[in-house]
Design a protein around this ligand. Sequence first.
Ligand code: NAD
Length: 321
Amino acid sequence: MATVQADSKITIVGSGLIGQFWAMIFAGGGFKVTIFDIYPEQISKALENIKATLSRYESQGCLRGSLSASEQAALVTGCNELKKCLDGASYVQECVPESVDLKRKVFEQMDPFITEDMVVATSSSCICVSQFVGNLSHKHRTLVAHPVNPPYFIPLVEIVPGPWTLPDVTAKCRALMELVGQSPVTLSREVAGFALNRIQYSIINECWNMYKDGLLSAEDIDKVMTDGLGPRYAFIGPLETMHLNADGIVDYCNRYAQGAYNVCTTFKPPPIMYDVPTAEKMLQEIKKAIPVDKVQERRTWRDERLAALAALKRNLKEKTD
Ligand SMILES: NC(=O)c1ccc[n+]([C@@H]2O[C@H](COP(=O)([O-])OP(=O)(O)OC[C@H]3O[C@@H](n4cnc5c(N)ncnc54)[C@H](O)[C@@H]3O)[C@@H](O)[C@H]2O)c1
C-alpha cells in the first residue's frame, strides 16, 4: 500500500495551535518533524510548548506512541528557511491561518520545492484546496487533511482531494493518518463544509430554531447531546444506530421512516444566520455556568475529558482486538 516511509521527514508550515498538535502526533508516530513559521520567535515558542505539553501528557498517562516524551520532543526541530524545511520532506502539513489569500501565497512559495514524491496537505477547516492551488505546477500533489480540535484526542481527519489530486497522493495521506493513530475519512470530491461541518451545522440549525421557538432552555438543548445522543455517538454513528435500533437498517426504515419523515416536515429552514440577539439571550443563560472570562478554563476541562474518553476507547479496543 502507498504510504509515507517511516523514517522520512515531515514538515509543518505554520506553528500555531494546530501546527503544534500535528507535530506532536507525527512525533508520537516516530517521525522526524521540522516546523516552520514566518515568525522565528514563534518557532522557538512552539518548540518549548511542544516539549512541555508532551511531558505533561506523559505524566497524565495520555502520551501517544511508544517513545518517551523527551524522545518525541527530540524528533521535533525548527527551521526558519522554507526551502530548507521542505528539503527531503515526504509529507507537508500546512497550518497557516484560514485565509484563501494567505494559503495561496504560502502554497506559491512552497511550489518550487515540492517534489514528485511529496504529499502536501492543508489543515484548512473549510477552504477547498482548489480555491488556492489552481496555478501551481504541483497542484496534483495537494489536498485537504482537516483535523478536529484538539486533534491529539479527537482522531478524525477529513481528507478532501482537489479535482487534480492524484489518487496515490490521497492514498498516501490516508495511510499516514492511520499509521500515526488518526482516524481518516476520504471524501470523493470537494464539497462546502466537508463532512463534519455539514453534519455539525445541521445539528446547530435545529438547536438554534428550537431555542428561538422557546421549546427548551440552552442548558437543556445541550443536555440532549451530552446525555442523549452524544454518549451513543462516541461509539456508533447515526447509520449504525439505525441498524441497531431495529432488526437492521432496512427494518428500521420500514418501521420508522414515516414517523421520521413526519417530524422532518415540521423542520424550519436553516436560520438565515446565527443571529446576535438570539446569541445574546443564550449568553445570559450560558454565562451563569461559564462566564466568558472562564472559557479558557472550561476548554482545559473539555480537553481533559476528551483525553479520558480517548484513553477509554483505546482500552476498550485493546480488550476486543
Ligand atoms: N483552531 C482550530 O480549532 C482548528 C481546527 C481544525 C483546523 N484548523 C485550521 O488549521 C489552520 C491553522 O489554524 P490555527 O488555529 O493553528 O492558527 P494559529 O493562528 O494558531 O496558527 C497559525 C500559525 O501560522 C503562522 N503563519 C502565519 N503566516 C504564515 C506564513 N506566511 N508562513 C508560515 N507561517 C505563517 C502564524 O505565525 C501562526 O504561528 C487553519 O487553516 C485552521 O482553519 C484549525
